[in-house]
Write a protein that binds this ligand. Structure first.
Ligand SMILES: Cc1cc2nc3c(=O)[nH]c(=O)nc-3n(C[C@H](O)[C@H](O)[C@H](O)COP(=O)(O)O)c2cc1C
Length: 330
């Protein structure tokens, strides 16, 4: 997820376990194929066999509309150690779509085939070339033709975010549509994605899609233990102690402390790390309604945030004080 699952978040989430595979944020390929330096900065895991420090494989995702450039970019990525590439046909951002990238390709099924085919031909055969797409631009039936095209182009697997580009992130998701595609599309593994916020959502998604593979984004961040419960259900390695019960503020304190430690090591700008922490906690708040979130919003330093999560009362400027006054809750 662009601006969210960067190196520190991937490192943090995978060291907690439960994940078997990561896909990077999208790397845009437009006029020029990015230089090697960009790849190294974008995907620091390339220096360690494209694995996070705890050993989870990270696959590079590319976004663009030019088959030859994407193929060149993919070859470079694989030469540098990416375990194949994923191709983005799902990003709904208007600027991306205006520049011939992401979900706009869903309006041109044959271009999806050409892109996948060209990249597939260029990348060594033992490395996967996968595709990620939404159900369609403005209708959910387009998915049959678009996945068919990706399959004809030789996609190793296809991840489907079960809503259209026009739906952006609004409910509902159509997991059953993934099930229909799965039955129509012989031999290409599908990965079901979209709105798995709880274990019950996961069960419903599995039931409706019939899939064996799942991608979790926001739900995994909002509830950092959920992936363990899902992994256990799928017979994958997981921590039995992590059970997706709502995390307390103190539990968040420990998570955030570790995330801050990793983030500052990678990018030592306190304000940026604070913004990332708030972004993350906001995601959990939207899902679970954290009653303490309003307080978090107004905290101005990492130290304030860390103290507040540990149970301190932090009186900042919003309460009339110019100094930060930290007292232990009684
Ligand atoms: C902030 C944000 C950034 C995203 N960036 C990407 C991206 O770079 N590549 C991609 O394939 N999907 C991206 N997505 C879409 C997610 O991968 C996923 O398909 C979508 O959020 C639905 O799954 P979820 O409900 O599990 O989050 C992004 C989503 C969000 C909210």
């Amino acid at each position: 997820m662009e601006g969210v699952t960067d190196y520190p978040m991937r490192r943090f989430m995978t060291e907690r376990g439960g994940f078997t595979h990561c896909v990077s944020e999208f790397l845009r390929v437009s006029q020029e194929v990015p230089p090697r330096k960009t790849y190294r900065e974008f995907l620091p895991e390339l220096a360690t066999g494209s694995r996070t420090p705890s050993g989870t494989l990270v696959q590079l995702q590319l976004l663009g509309g030019d088959p030859e450039k994407l193929a060149e970019a993919a070859v470079r990525a694989c030469e540098m150690g990416s375990p194949g590439v994923d191709l983005n046909f799902g990003c709904p951002a208007p600027t991306v779509n205006r520049h011939d990238g992401g979900a706009t390709l869903l309006k041109h099924p044959s271009r999806i085939r050409t892109i996948v085919e060209t990249v597939r031909r260029a990348v060594p055969a033992h490395l996967p070339v996968s595709a990620k797409m939404r159900l369609g631009w403005d209708g959910i039936e387009a998915i049959f033709e678009n996945t068919g095209m990706a399959a004809e182009g030789g996609a190793s697997w296809i991840t489907i975010h079960a809503r259209t580009r026009m739906a952006a992130y609004q409910p509902p998701v159509f997991w059953s549509q993934i099930g229909k595609v799965r039955r129509a599309l012989d031999g290409v593994p599908l990965v079901a994605n979209g709105d798995i916020w709880s274990f019950e959502d996961f069960l419903k998604c599995r039931d409706e899609s019939g899939c064996e593979h799942f991608m979790m984004g926001r739900g995994a961040l909002a509830d950092p233990d959920l992936v363990h419960r899902v992994a256990r259900e799928l017979g994958l390695p997981a921590d039995p102690a992590r059970d997706s019960t709502p995390l307390t503020r103190e539990a968040w304190a420990m998570l955030v402390d570790r995330f801050i430690e990793i983030s500052l090591e990678y990018f030592p700008v306190q304000s940026a790390v604070l913004a990332r922490c708030k972004q993350w906690i906001r995601m959990a708040h939207r899902h679970r309604g954290l009653e303490w979130f309003d307080e978090v919003k107004r905290l101005e330093t990492l130290e304030e945030l860390q103290r507040y999560l540990r149970g301190a009362v932090v009186a900042g400027p919003a309460s009339g004080s110019t100094n930060v006054d930290v007292k232990k809750l009684s």
